[in-house]
Ligand binder design. Structure first.
Ligand code: ATP
Ligand code: PRP
Length: 208
């Protein structure tokens, strides 16, 4: 059995065409089904539908052989035990700092709300800025509006969420896209199934 870990939503939507090119077609649809294991057109290939932040954990522990996860999530997961063979160039966005529109530039000590604790710590340290990081699990944009933080670190795509909440993007921390990750033992044990899959993904991406 080959198990592929994918999160619901944009990564699943963007992964479907890539999987289809590799002739992997889920039978169930996570939008309408409550199933967490999706069968596919192959008896020996299944998808597990999990939270985006859990994908590296499932793959690292071998609960899934392969997974698709954002680079933002992989950096936070911070493990050397994952093989990361391909940038799938899907779910592209930017990891940025953002602050209330017109607020003065960050200097001195700053309070930062984010779910990207490690990335934020490293970023502000690299800038020589003393930062107090406040861990949130969502709705980061709210934090500066209610005095919880001076700024946030979050992913930005269109900028609509920032604008809608009176914030503006400030510094780019890094460009983000989703990556294929592979369990190291699976890569050895199931090489004859996994390598052709990687090759097919690579071919599809090269043709895009
Ligand atoms: P969780 O379910 O664990 O809370 P999440 O809500 O961040 O995670 P998604 O919103 O599906 O999950 O995001 C999955 C990945 O897609 C992120 O890790 C990031 O790499 C990327 N991403 C997040 N927001 C955007 C966006 N607005 N546009 C493009 N890509 C994005
Ligand atoms: C993500 C992210 C931002 C938003 C940025 O949220 O947390 O809030 O996208 O995208 P934008 O720049 O195009 O507005 P998402 O849509 O995934 O919702 P979430 O809060 O459920 O993660």
């Amino acid at each position: 059995m080959l198990t592929i870990a994918v999160s619901k939503g944009r990564i699943y939507d963007d992964a479907l065409p890539l999987l289809a090119e590799a002739n992997i077609i889920p039978i169930d649809d996570p939008k309408t089904s409550r199933k967490l294991i999706l069968r596919t057109n192959h008896d020996n290939v299944q998808l597990v539908i999990i939270r985006a932040t859990d994908v590296p954990t499932f793959v690292e522990y071998g609960a899934a052989d392969l997974g698709i996860a954002g680079k933002d999530v992989l950096i936070e997961h911070d493990s050397d035990n994952l093989y990361e063979p391909l940038d799938l160039k899907i779910a592209c966005c930017k990891l940025m700092t953002a602050a209330p529109k017109g607020a003065p530039n960050i200097s001195g000590r700053v309070r930062v709300a984010t779910k990207y604790i490690k990335t934020a710590e490293r970023y502000f340290a690299s800038q020589g800025i003393q930062a107090e990081i406040i861990k949130l699990y969502g709705a980061m944009e709210l934090a500066p509006l209610v005095g919880l933080a001076d700024c946030i670190v979050d992913v930005v795509d269109t900028g609509n969420t920032l604008r809608a909440n009176g914030l503006e993007p400030r510094e780019l921390i890094m460009d983000i896209s989703s990556r294929l990750v592979v369990n190291k033992a699976s890569m050895k044990m199931k090489h004859s199934i996994i390598q052709p899959l990687i090759d097919q993904f690579e071919k599809t991406l090269a043709e895009r």
